[in-house]
Design a protein around this ligand. Structure first.
Ligand code: GAP
Length: 512
């Protein structure tokens, strides 16, 4: 992950937001190549789910919506993640994720390592006085090592005999009383409160110049509601019949308790959502079809099969509106995590909006005349999460001529640059003129760059590192035989191609 973050910054994919002021936690900006990559992700999605289907239309609703929308949807009353705050270091942690954070925290990683060498009390005492003091100064074991060790003597010997799991053991190291298990702070080791506090995740703002009298509105936490409130208008305007879907890409905002892992969890992010309207009878089948379609999309975008899996939600994980949900998960460097959720939202949202707005939002079957609320299948993915998965999956390192070659093996749809035109000699007027002419011609069809800022070997490496599909090199012979060298990113094979045929060659190869 560190290599990805560093590459993204160095090569202009993603920068920390407002970095000159020290950055803003969880906010990131897409640089020149990142902006291209993200646009490609969105247009590949839009092309697949809107343009290449007969049963889908698009929408672009506003971020700010009538506040009643969020009462109807249930977000005002129940869109919250209970959190706990450490009384010592003041950090917040999501209650349902706190043990994940503990297990990956620096002090636990260090303790686990120490205990794999020796799990006896003198070794723990040594750890408490050295690493523990630096990494978890408020852990009971660190503050009062002798007392804590006397309390945990039994657990320690049971741990040595594999009778106690690591989590139970840690919760005893944190305790201030014998025999009591407590939750340690992932940051400093202090005891965390057992009860969580619910915090609504919606961000608020004010409409109007005077805050005291202005209307309070929310920045939408999901794009989905923009689709539900427009259901009737889309139906009237397009005369669609069931089943059909509405797709939308747009910003969403959530006051997340914890944000980490680069662009995986942010407070401002972008969603690609579909609300697919069908009958109650078809909903289960339709749900299955969408799970398959969406999984295939990631595979078609070049993601390796072994890095994707589907995970149906247990009943107690389901959101308040869902009858079923299956996540498509990606094997990120920090573990398997949600890339996209595909939910069966039943007729919950349309019924709620009908109730709160007083409008009739039912669908009428033209053959039978029957009126009913359609069921909704919702494939909901994150643009940023997909972009991160594509970056991680594309990242390869290989040894070529004793040097490490870093190459981003993006699919042809996603590669931010399709061709780089490189003059072999930047001071040769003939070469430069021809190279610029080629670039000007290619850029009408393909995303291209021109680069003459280093020697050719270095230029190739630079283009590999950002995933450019082809490098087109113009050399002295090009001026005589009218041919250029085209180098393939993945195989590094080079071919001489006539300048007149170059566009057609790239068109065929890229098949865009
Ligand atoms: N309308 C349903 C909905 O919003 P969700 O599981 O909360 O469901 C859908 O979000 C997708 O949006 C997730 O699978 C993820 O890709 C993306 N997402 C959600 N919260 C995010 C965050 N804080 N940062 C980045 N992406 C996020």
């Amino acid at each position: 992950m560190e290599k990805i973050v560093s590459l993204c910054k160095r090569r202009g994919f993603i920068f920390p937001s407002s970095e000159i002021y020290g950055g803003l936690a969880s906010a990131w900006d897409y640089g020149p190549l990142g902006a291209e990559l993200k646009r490609n992700v969105k247009s590949a999605w839009w092309s697949t789910v809107v343009h290449q289907r007969d049963d889908m239309v698009g929408l672009d609703a506003s971020i700010l919506m009538h506040p009643r929308t969020w009462e109807a949807s249930g977000h005002v009353s129940s869109f919250s993640d209970p959190f706990v705050q450490c009384p010592s270091c003041q950090r917040h942690f999501r209650l349902d994720k706190v043990w994940d954070e503990i297990e990956s925290s620096p002090w636990v990683v260090s303790l686990r390592e120490a205990m794999s060498v020796d799990a006896d009390s003198s070794y723990l005492l040594h750890w408490a006085r050295t690493e523990g003091k630096k990494l978890a100064p408020n852990l009971s074991l660190v503050k009062e090592p002798e007392v804590t060790l006397s309390w945990i003597a039994d657990s320690l010997s049971a741990f040595g005999q594999h009778k106690v799991n690591f989590k139970d053991f840690l919760s005893r190291l944190a305790a201030r009383q014998s025999g009591i298990a407590q939750t340690p702070c992932p940051q400093c080791g202090a005891i965390l409160p057992e009860e969580g506090v619910a915090a609504n995740l919606m961000l608020k703002t004010f409409l109007g110049p005077v805050e005291q009298t202005a209307e309070k509105v929310y920045l939408r936490p999901e794009t989905a509601q923009g689709i539900f409130v427009n259901f009737k208008s889309v139906l009237d305007a397009t005369h669609r019949r069931l089943p059909f879907g509405i797709a939308q890409i747009g910003k969403a905002f959530r006051n997340e308790v914890t944000t980490k892992n680069f662009i995986f969890r942010m407070r401002e992010f972008e969603q690609m959502e579909i609300e697919y309207f069908t009958t109650k009878q078809d909903a289960e089948d339709c749900h299955r079809r969408w799970i398959e379609d969406r999984l295939n999309w990631y595979l078609n975008m070049g993601v390796r099969k072994e890095n994707l899996r589907v995970r149906p939600h247990a009943k107690d994980e389901l959101a308040h509106y869902a009858a079923a949900c299956t996540d498509i998960e990606y094997n990120f460097p920090f573990g398997w995590s949600e890339l996209e959720g595909i939910a069966n939202r039943t007729d919950y949202d349309l019924k709620q909006h009908a109730k709160f707005s007083g409008q009739d939002l039912q669908y009428q079957d033209l053959t039978t005349g029957a009126k009913f609320y359609p069921y909704v299948i919702e494939p909901s993915g994150g643009v940023d999460r997909a972009t991160l998965a594509f970056l991680v999956d594309a990242y390869h390192e290989e040894i070529v001529k004793d040097r490490t070659r870093v190459v981003l093996r993006f699919s042809k749809e996603l590669a931010p640059v399709k061709a780089a035109v490189l003059p072999l000699l930047k001071k040769n007027d003939g070469i430069v003129t021809l190279a610029k002419r080629i670039k000007n011609d290619l850029q009408k069809e393909f995303a291209c760059v021109y680069d003459d800022t280093a020697a050719i070997g270095k230029l190739y490496r630079r283009q590999d590192e950002v995933g450019t599909f082809y490098c087109v090199t113009v050399d002295v012979e090009s001026l005589e035989d009218g041919q250029v060298t085209v180098r393939d990113r993945d195989t590094m094979a080079q071919e001489r191609i006539s300048v007149d045929r170059l566009k057609e060659y790239l068109r065929e190869k890229l098949a865009l």
